[in-house]
Design a protein around this ligand. Structure first.
Ligand SMILES: O=c1ccn([C@@H]2O[C@H](COP(=O)(O)OP(=O)(O)O[C@H]3O[C@H](CO)[C@@H](O)[C@H](O)[C@H]3O)[C@@H](O)[C@H]2O)c(=O)[nH]1
Length: 471
């Protein structure tokens, strides 16, 4: 089946649907952000190669416009449709505008799409809906349409565990009913997990009103996800003690870290500046610091950008810095020219190719989960500056559990200079990342993950009445 969006169209009536392959359809609904769409596309590509299911990705129009113009997903066995999002074209959208689009506008359109597929005699059966846990609105739609729903968690299982522990955090008096911290300092959320700072809880971003609104979003998200049978996670087996137990909640099934092998092009929202690869060819091995703080959650303020810029200029060490136009206001006057002999600033990099390059010695990162896994894949040690969301917990793992990176608390010459030295010169750290790479991406791990995936897919293939009996 091929579904195409007709540019300016509004509504699924205008989506052309052509029969092509006879497999059960798996409708996949990502959360519309780069760090979420990428792993969902990797999952779709993986499912497509394993057979039996035909992935159909459903995107809001504003993401479909940006992504589809750049990639040919059909070649990777993935079909894609856009549904209206009610957003004004060209206007920037933040977390809350996206939430409104997801809760108020997109459900009716997804429901119509599913019903159309169910009613169409020419179509294959809709086998399942796989929904990013953050797009929990679509779980409700799937249930209403009588379709089996599975969740997809794009980050660490430990992060799901932390967020879903909110009732206990309230009960222990660590946060208020509205999610605001009632204490300072470190707290535990599970005996097998590292401690985290209460101030770093994933919903504590922005003003007090924004924190409360994000907490509400998470409470609703976790509540909706609790009745799922399966949550596939873009993490690896044995990352967390809790992943395979099913005392009450969903079965958390690690199927990652997912790779982009099956995708012909990288699924990015922005044009990649590939000139940085030629620039890297001219640098010495292990000399360059790659800097990127991902794409979402919370950009850094101008003062921090300025401080890092001045430090990089002072250190005179080769660097590539991914800095989107919106973040460049903090740069000192004429900065790109001032550092052109040793530094390169790009709007968006081909990140995995950059990390794979032998000239890159370490990665200064916000600790987003995809970036963390890509660093492990390319065996590049990490200099960590977590910004928000799950990033502090990921950082805890990087620094204190796996010991493959160092955390910095600021961008002074001393912070960054000492951090780079420690990360680049510690040979034990290098050995540890090589071992972690083997443990989570080696042959044995890959086989286990494939088995997990097949186990899930076989469960989906069982007749509906049998599935319901087991719920
Ligand atoms: O110049 C760049 C910069 C990034 N990337 C890619 O963009 C993705 C970024 O993902 P991630 O590192 O996870 O960061 P975010 O996009 O910020 O991801 C959000 O989603 C993640 C998964 O849920 C969370 O772990 C993060 O905290 C959250 O910010 C990665 O695949 C990168 O390879 C590029 O291709 N080029």
């Amino acid at each position: 089946m091929v579904c195409e969006n007709l540019g300016e169209t509004k509504g699924i009536n205008e989506i052309i649907i052509k029969q092509e392959i006879t497999k059960k359809i798996v409708i996949m609904v990502p959360y519309p952000a780069q760090g979420h769409v990428t792993p969902m596309l990797k999952l779709a590509s993986h499912m497509s190669t394993l057979g039996s299911f035909q992935p159909l990705i459903v995107l809001p129009e504003f993401i479909h416009r940006r992504l589809i113009s750049k990639m040919n997903l059909t070649r990777a066995g993935i079909q894609c449709v856009a549904i209206p999002d009610g957003l004004d074209e060209g206007k920037p959208c933040d977390f809350f505008t996206i939430e409104t689009a997801m809760e108020d506008c997109m459900p009716a359109h997804l429901s119509r799409l599913i019903k159309k597929l169910q009613d169409d005699d020419d179509q294959e059966e809709v086998g399942c809906l796989i929904v990013d846990v953050l797009a929990s609105w679509a779980m409700e739609v799937g249930r209403e349409c009588g379709v089996e729903v599975a969740g997809f968690w794009t980050a660490m299982v430990a992060a799901y565990s932390l967020i879903s522990s909110f009732p206990e955090l309230i009960q222990r008096g660590l946060v208020s009913d509205a999610g605001l911290p009632q204490h300072e300092g470190k707290m535990t959320f599970h005996p097998d997990q590292p401690t985290v700072n209460i101030e770093d809880l994933p919903w504590l971003i922005g003003t007090e009103a924004a924190k409360k609104a994000r907490f509400k979003f998470w409470v609703r998200t976790i509540q909706r996800s609790r009745s799922l049978k399966w949550i596939l996670a873009n993490s690896f087996p044995n990352e967390s003690q809790r992943e395979e137990s099913r005392n009450c909640g969903p079965i958390i099934c690690p199927v990652g870290p997912l790779r982009s092998d099956g995708l012909n092009e990288s699924p990015t929202f922005w044009e990649e500046d590939r000139s940085c690869l030629g620039w890297l060819d001219r640098q010495k091995p292990n000399s360059v610091v790659y800097i990127s703080f991902g794409s979402w959650v919370s950009p850094m303020d101008e003062a921090k950008v300025r401080s890092l810029a001045l430090t990089l200029e002072g250190l005179r060490r080769p660097f590539i810095w991914v800095l989107g136009p919106a973040w460049r206001d903090g740069l000192p006057n004429g900065y790109p020219e001032r550092v052109e002999n040793f530094g390169k600033i790009v709007g968006w990099a081909p990140q995995v190719d950059v990390l794979q390059h032998e000239a890159v010695g370490c990665y200064l990162t916000h600790c987003g989960w995809n970036s963390t896994m890509e660093a492990v894949q390319c065996k590049k040690n990490l200099l960590c500056f977590p910004v928000a969301g799950d990033q502090s917990l990921n950082c805890e793992y990087i620094v204190n559990v796996w010991k493959i990176g160092v955390k910095i608390n600021g961008f002074s010459i001393k912070d960054v200079g000492d951090g780079i030295k420690r990360v680049m010169e510690d040979t034990k750290m290098k050995t540890r990342i090589e071992r972690l790479n083997e443990r989570i991406m080696g042959e044995e791990a890959t086989l286990k993950v494939k088995q997990n995936m097949l186990h899930f897919m076989n469960d989906l293939k069982r007749p509906i009445d049998q599935l319901q009996m087991n719920l």
